[in-house]
Design a protein around this ligand. Structure first.
Ligand SMILES: [Zn+2]
Length: 293
């Protein structure tokens, strides 16, 4: 947050507190006028004008405060205008703060897109990518330490630690899965039509993330099956157990690949997103070994 935005933010916040009192004072002013004046044509016009001025001023102050707040705090909303924060568009919809690494970063993105295309058959998403090479850039868009994140199918943000093919492929896998779920609607997506564990396990698989081996035990795999929605994921996955969560999700996806192959996974995603098949019903026969052994 720079000094100017901090100043505007503080001024606007202090004005929000002042505004209701100002409205009360202005209305009290009208109340003190005589009934005859208030009922006269001039009185009605004056009070009506005052009402509209108060209303429009209130909206204006809310708008200015909201804008000041949005400018002051880090967040994905700043991806609406990456150039405003000094990022360069190195390929269509791909932004970075390190214009000296154009070739390297563009090639990385291209390889990641090829990987997801090979699996899905066709890339349907074309998310805006914010690829930060420095902490300074990263702090504009987030205050978290997460290496990469996909916001639905529209936006990917990657931190300096995540600026590599593995993390970009991981996030692109998510945008492809989210894009395919859009047909089902936002509630089905949020409700885990395609469960969070599957989305994460598939992302680890396609990105060949060697931090995870996918050799979780049965207990951990059953634990991961409970991460149906991203709400479940964020409720239960912590700073301590996140490696287990990813590894267990990957183990489940590896198990499914052993059962039905990558082609089976692709078909499963299609069945759920295009034919309204229930994910858990579709995989139930393949989970028997895990659940009943
Ligand atoms: Zn992920």
């Amino acid at each position: 947050m720079n000094r100017i935005t901090t100043y505007i933010f503080i001024r606007c916040v202090s004005m929000i507190g002042l505004w209701p009192r100002l409205i009360v004072v202005m209305f009290n002013y009208d109340h003190r006028r005589s009934k005859t004046f208030k009922n006269s044509a001039i009185g009605v016009k004056l009070i009506t004008n005052r009402f509209w001025k108060i209303l429009l001023s209130t909206f204006a102050i809310i708008f200015v405060s909201g804008t000041a707040y949005a400018l002051a705090v880090p967040g994905p909303h700043k991806a609406l205008c990456p150039a405003c924060y000094g990022l360069t568009e190195i390929a269509p919809n791909v932004f970075t703060d390190d214009a000296n690494r154009v070739h390297e970063i563009s090639a990385m993105v291209e390889r990641s897109r090829n990987t997801t295309q090979r699996f899905f058959g066709r890339n349907l998403s074309s998310p805006r990518m914010i690829l930060c090479a420095t902490d300074e850039c990263n702090s504009i868009f987030t205050d978290s330490i997460i290496r990469g994140v996909a916001y639905g199918s529209r936006l990917i943000r990657v931190s300096p630690e995540g600026l590599n093919e593995t993390i970009i492929t991981h996030e692109l896998t998510h945008t492809e899965v989210f894009k395919r779920q859009e047909r089902l609607g936002v509630f089905a997506t949020l409700g885990g039509a395609i469960p969070a564990w599957f989305n994460e396990g598939l992302a680890v698989h396609l990105s060949k993330d060697d931090r995870f081996k996918g050799n979780a035990d049965q207990e951990n795999m059953i634990w991961a099956l409970e991460f149906k929605t991203y709400g479940d994921w964020s409720d239960r996955v912590t700073r301590d157990n996140w490696p287990d969560a990813y590894d267990s999700s990957f183990a489940l996806v590896k198990h499914l690949i052993a059962e039905i192959g990558e082609e089976g996974l692709r078909q499963l995603i299609e069945d759920v997103t295009l034919s309204d098949v229930d994910f858990y019903e579709a995989i139930a026969p393949h989970l028997k070994k895990i659940i009943s052994s």
